[in-house]
Design a binder for this molecule. Structure first.
Ligand code: DX5
Ligand code: ZN
Length: 219
């Protein structure tokens, strides 16, 4: 069995007790916190911005992965890094300058990631994989937590995994959207390294118990 990481996607959490929630996540030893930034243009929803990342950073030591579902990501990368992002994930569909932006994130000393919407083929990424730390396969059309997984997207994990092996590369494969206890094993089996999980964790009355159940998955 390969080791895998869990990144709770806190958009699905109850923000009214965020500090307490962050303490609990830290005590449980979660690997990453996934923060969804949406601008109402790239996706039909608006969520949080740099000040929220600042708040989370000041209240936990857990590494933060910031998923930018925004147009013109180049205008905000530095701001999110300044506020404490450890990983910055841009969307393939949101820019023409993948090469430039991924290298920029790396040069600023952070891990980079590139996300692909369900209809974007992974071979579009071929040229940038050598300097990509994470490919985030979207299991839903981005915009909202709590959507149903699009099963066809799992094939992309397999393709990326093969490509990684063939080219001897080391990027991680993440999967985001619709991850639940009953489909996580299948996703991991395909070669996924990091599960981003929103409602699959936070819709439960005891989210720490849910995280423990995910951690126990064997594949
Ligand atoms: C979708 C977001 C996801 C989402 C995950 O646009 O990028 O991170 O919050 O939530 P669930 O796991 O509920 O689909
Ligand atoms: Zn996300």
């Amino acid at each position: 069995m390969r080791k895998f990481l869990i990144a709770p996607s806190i958009l699905a959490a109850d923000f009214s007790y965020l500090k307490d929630l962050l303490n609990k996540l830290e005590k449980e030893g979660v690997d990453l916190i996934h923060i969804d930034v949406m601008d109402g243009h790239f996706v039909p929803n608006i969520t949080i911005g740099p000040d929220f990342v600042d708040f989370v950073r000041k209240n936990t030591k857990i590494p933060l992965d910031v998923h930018l579902m925004i147009e013109n990501p180049e205008d905000y990368i530095e701001k999110f890094i300044e506020k404490g992002a450890d990983w910055i994930i841009i969307h393939y569909e949101a820019t023409l300058h993948h090469d430039f932006l991924l290298k920029k994130i790396k040069n600023l000393g952070r891990k980079n990631g590139i996300a692909v919407n369900p209809s974007t083929p992974v071979f579009f990424l071929e040229e940038v994989l050598k300097y990509t730390d994470l490919v985030l396969v979207m299991g839903v059309n981005p915009g909202f937590s709590g959507q149903k997984i699009i099963y066809e997207t799992l094939e992309k994990i397999e393709k990326l995994s093969e490509l990684r092996k063939k080219e001897n590369l080391s990027f991680k494969i993440g999967f985001d959207g619709g991850v639940k206890l009953d489909n996580a094993t299948e996703i991991l089996k395909k070669g996924c390294d990091i599960l981003m999980i929103g409602s699959g964790i936070f819709n439960s009355p005891d989210f720490i118990e849910e995280i423990k159940k995910f951690k126990k998955l064997r594949f």
